[in-house]
Design a protein around this ligand. Structure first.
Ligand SMILES: [Fe+2]
Length: 369
């Protein structure tokens, strides 16, 4: 009697967790503001705000994501961050890039938006490492009568995505795609460099090109889609690394490490501020996902506030998250809920330099294991 009662409670708990992971967890957006110590940050950049967004995995008809981005657009129009950093996985299919970029074009930042490409932008469904996982998800989806993978319903593209179409769409939206290159941002005669590498999970990046022209003594913010960038040859450690790709693990059971992080690099944690061999890295848990399951790992939009390293204590939250991974770190604060904005015009993308569409470009290398 007692045993059957315990089993019933466990089964009910498991069913509740599964329901939460499928229908609640993916839709509870967390907005965080995190102070980040940045080595050698010039005084003009003290308080510089970077809005970090990652892993949209946008598919037209995703009303939840469209609404969240519309709210975010209103917030950035009312109070623009200095820079918006987008760390890849915009779409699953290249034909959706225009609609995705149109949503992102409504976001505003004082010095513009910068992006790197993710493995899904290149067409992750045909990454040899991913094919077995997607097959399994399709079978599970058929079993429970619910498409667990957002790849369902589209014919496969053996050749992968047309990456130039995605880059062109982002360019038209005024978003600078940093594909192994760096650009400086000037404030009161001082400079901060923003560099981006091509997709590192599929080993497409060229660190030397990304670092080309960046003086070692000047501050550098390095964008990469995946923590796999840590395998690369760094000319020197950046002041801060930004990445996405892991989705924070998506399913985070108490006391256990996240099961799926999709990175070859072993880290103390797979979301938030993480100490690495090349300084602090902020890993976004992302706002979307291919597989809409999240448990104790909410989607997030994060504002990183940079301060000279000597001006703020090295945060302990990285270590704390490693142990317990609370949904909101105690040192973070939540951005107020959607700001009501009336009658204040936003900054048009052309204000920060809409770019001409990129023609041609290097063909993507084959998938590498
Ligand atoms: Fe992703």
């Amino acid at each position: 009697m007692q045993r059957s009662f315990v089993l019933a409670v466990l089964a009910a708990g498991g069913a509740g967790a599964a329901i939460h992971a499928r229908w609640v967890g993916p839709y509870r957006l967390q907005r965080r503001v995190v102070s980040v110590p940045f080595p050698r940050l010039p005084p003009a950049f003290d308080g510089f705000r970077v809005l970090h967004l990652s892993d949209l995995h946008y598919i037209p008809g995703n009303r939840w994501l469209e609404r969240r981005l519309a709210e975010l657009a209103l917030q950035t129009q009312a109070d623009p961050p200095d820079v918006i950093a987008l760390t890849g996985d915009f779409v699953e299919w290249d034909e959706d890039a225009g609609a995705c970029a149109a949503l992102l074009a409504t976001l505003r930042a004082r010095h513009g938006s910068f992006a790197v490409l993710g493995n899904h932008d290149y067409g992750n469904a045909f990454d040899p490492e991913e094919v077995p996982r997607h097959r399994l998800l399709h079978r599970l989806g058929d079993l429970v009568g619910d498409p667990l993978s957002r790849f369902n319903g589209r014919p496969p593209k053996q050749e992968g995505n047309r990456i130039e179409a995605i880059i062109s769409a982002l360019d038209h939206a005024g978003i600078q795609v940093l594909r192994d290159r760096a650009v400086p941002i000037g404030v009161h005669g001082q400079r901060l460099w923003i560099a981006g590498v091509d997709e590192p999970h599929q080993r497409r990046q060229c660190m030397a090109r990304a670092y080309d022209g960046v003086p070692v003594e000047e501050p550098l913010l390095l964008l990469a889609h995946s923590p796999d960038v840590l395998e690369g040859d760094f000319a020197f450690s950046p002041g801060l690394l930004l990445a996405g790709h892991t989705h924070g693990g998506q399913i985070r059971l108490p006391l256990l490490r996240p099961w799926v992080t999709h990175t070859r690099v072993r880290l103390p944690n797979y979301r938030g501020l993480v100490r690495t061999s090349h300084g602090l890295m902020h890993i976004s848990a992302g706002i979307g996902a291919t597989v809409p399951l999240r448990f104790r790992c909410p989607p997030e939009v994060t504002t990183l506030v940079l301060h000279p390293a000597e001006a703020v204590k090295v945060p302990h939250e990285a270590d704390r998250w490693n142990r317990t991974s609370p949904p909101v770190d105690a040192t973070d604060s939540l951005i107020p809920p959607a700001l009501a904005v009336r009658g204040r015009p936003g900054v048009h993308p052309s204000d920060h330099g809409a770019l001409a569409p990129r023609a041609g470009g290097a063909a993507p290398p084959p998938f590498l294991r």
